[in-house]
Write a protein that binds this ligand. Structure first.
Ligand SMILES: C[S@@+](CC[C@H](N)C(=O)[O-])C[C@H]1O[C@@H](n2cnc3c(N)ncnc32)[C@H](O)[C@@H]1O
Length: 266
């Protein structure tokens, strides 16, 4: 299966997640938007853990903010209500429609663009002050281009806030973990829904319409950001919101705060 087939599959799969009301597709409430307009807001990058407020600039007023693979009517409307000029970029038309519905409901301005997180060619260099990229690079087979593109489209001094999966989450047999709540080491890393298990098993355990997932090495997650030119200025881990791994204090997710230096050394 080519990388483009993965993208096609995941577009349909995330559209389907919207129909099935997956929790990462459910829009924020009018009360949450009203609070954000008053400066009372929080968002998640990883699981249910809110991002520390000091990770953001003191005010979002007038900042150009890109929500990268971040639709679903969740963070975008909050950032817009808090004063940012928000662009949401995502692969799923129905996820983007969730943002459109909230924007209409609340009278918010959101630019909504469909595309692949690995190619931000639609944006000029230095278009954004802040990129918010919640756990979603698990849905593409390779991620180094994501970091390079983020670096390119940020202004000098701009910030990239990212959430991503702990690859360890993928070493366990999925059926044992998800259905029987038992951890049995089975897969070597990196894991791929395309090559590590059969299609029959994936469809039986996860469902035919589940998005395809891929683990990534920490070299690609952290090293990839550093190689793109970022300086890491923040890090935390979060338990997985649903996996039994949380019971054993195995982090399900990591979050990074990365800065594009104001002055880039030659
Ligand atoms: C878990 S949801 C993230 C959105 C959610 N608001 C959150 O808080 O995490 C993952 C998102 O990644 C998007 N996605 C998957 N593959 C993508 C790709 N190749 N390019 C851009 N977005 C993609 C999906 O459409 C989906 O909206």
């Amino acid at each position: 299966m080519t990388s483009e087939h993965v993208r096609e599959h995941n577009r349909v799969a995330w559209d389907r997640q919207v129909e099935d009301e997956n929790e990462w597709t459910r829009p924020v409430s009018p009360a949450q938007v009203a609070d954000a307009r008053r400066g009372q807001w929080h968002v998640v990058l990883t699981g249910y853990q809110t991002v520390p407020r000091p990770w953001f600039p003191a005010s979002l007023e007038g900042l150009d903010l890109l929500g990268l693979a971040s639709s679903g009517g969740q963070q975008g409307p909050i950032f817009a209500a808090a004063g940012a000029r928000v662009t949401i970029f995502d692969n799923s038309p129905k996820q983007l429609a969730q943002d459109r519905a909230v924007a209409l409901r609340e009278g918010l301005q959101l630019a909504l663009i469909e595309g692949d997180m690995r190619d931000l060619g639609v944006f000029a260099d230095g278009s954004f002050d802040l990129i918010f990229h919640p756990v979603s690079n698990v849905f593409v087979p390779e991620i180094r281009s994501v970091w390079r593109e983020c670096f390119r489209v940020l202004r000098p001094g701009g910030m990239l806030l990212s959430g991503f999966m702990n690859p360890t989450e993928f070493v366990f047999d999925m059926e044992d973990k998800d259905l029987f709540r038992v951890l049995r080491v089975r897969h070597s890393l990196p894991y791929s829904d395309v090559t590590s298990i059969s299609e029959e098993e994936r469809e039986r355990v996860l469902g035919a319409h589940s998005p395809l997932e891929f683990s990534h090495t920490m070299d690609d997650q952290i090293g990839g950001q550093l190689d793109a030119g970022f300086v890491l200025t923040g890090f935390y881990s979060t338990p997985h919101h649903a996996s039994i791994t949380a019971k054993f204090n195995i982090p399900g997710y990591f979050a990074t705060r990365a800065l594009k230096p104001a002055q880039i050394e030659p």
